[in-house]
Design a protein around this ligand. Structure first.
Ligand code: DGY
Length: 321
């Protein structure tokens, strides 16, 4: 096992994971689960050999430049690494890891929840009953869009995309996808490949985003591409808010070009977008795709496995820089 390296754990993790970190490291925790400011993050890292952050801590080029020489590993408790400037980390020889696979099922569940919540007007209905305002019923009351048998489009057919496809097949949806490359048939399982995002977008009754936020994908759902979605389509985003031009989405929701949107992620987090929140045809969640007891433990263990390997001088399983 590793020597007692100094480890900063930036957020409150599951008790099992914190116990393992405390057993194996000279670990500093954040029991109050406060969000660090940039200055606090830099200060907290100063006497550390490694840090185990979440997507809520931005390791920008400025932060990475201010890390101490002794800090060798950023072992993320997330699959997304858009909060880390990977080039800056590489330039300083800092190892960066993430936690793929273990959150695919939980995130796919939330994608389906967002799809159904948007299609069947889940938020509106919930509000009516909870606020005691449900005072009538008729066949024209709260009519939504049925997803069974429709086309489920997946932008980014990685682990989460494939897990979402498996669940959408349960609704007898026809699966379409775009990826940089087509998947082998054993993974595609009959899903229809589109060579371009535009072709996928135009062919999806429900479009679910599952690609990382990179310079190539930021703002990929802009006004032009949103306009390519079929009339009455539904947009689901459980990946990153940066993928969507929220102004363009709001316009498409207001004009009813889109029937609804189901979103777990936003350009501004925490907080979301008040203009989106003011709409009726949205189903909104506060970035909880991977927030299950089981997945939090699995993510923490995967991050610690990567950290252990890196500090032993071995190749971590999930090295991204
Ligand atoms: C991830 O793992 O990237 C999730 O968004 C939670 O951080």
């Amino acid at each position: 096992m590793t020597a007692r390296h100094r480890l900063l754990v930036t957020r409150k993790l599951s008790p099992e994971v914190e116990a393992r970190a405390a057993r194996d490291y000279d670990a500093v925790f954040n029991p109050g689960d406060r969000t660090f400011t940039t200055e606090e993050l830099i200060a907290a890292c100063q006497d550390m050999d490694a840090v185990l952050p979440c997507h809520s801590e931005a390791f920008t080029a400025q932060v990475i430049a201010a890390l101490p020489e002794r800090l060798r590993v950023i072992a993320n408790h997330s699959v997304g690494v858009d909060h880390v400037d990977l080039e800056a980390a590489r330039a300083r020889g800092i190892i960066v890891t993430n936690t793929p696979d273990v959150l695919s099922d939980a995130t796919a569940e939330i994608a389906i929840l967002c799809m159904l919540g948007a299609a069947r007007r889940g938020a509106e209905g919930h509000r009516l009953v909870q606020e005691g305002k449900w005072d009538s019923w008729s066949p024209s009351f709260m009519v939504g869009s049925q997803v069974s048998g429709k086309r489920f489009g997946i932008l980014g057919m990685g682990g989460v995309g494939q897990a979402a496809a498996a669940r959408a097949r349960g609704f007898e949806m026809e699966i379409h996808y775009h990826n940089r490359k087509p998947l082998p048939e054993v993974q595609a399982k009959g899903a229809i490949y589109h060579e371009t995002p535009e072709s996928l977008i135009a062919s999806s009754d429900v479009l679910s985003l599952h690609c990382p936020a990179t310079p190539q994908t930021r703002g990929i759902m802009n006004a032009e591409r949103i306009a390519m979605m079929p009339e009455g389509a539904i947009l689901v985003n459980t990946a990153r808010g940066a993928l969507v031009d929220e102004g363009a989405l709001i316009a498409a929701l207001k004009s009813r070009h889109l029937f609804a949107a189901g979103l777990d992620v936003f350009q501004t987090e925490p907080g979301g977008n008040p203009e989106l929140s003011a709409l009726d045809n949205v189903f909104l969640l506060p970035h909880i795709g991977s927030a299950t007891f089981e997945t939090r433990i699995a993510m923490g263990n995967r991050a610690l496995d990567n950290l252990d390997a890196a500090l032993r001088g071995e190749a971590p399983r999930d090295r991204v820089a």
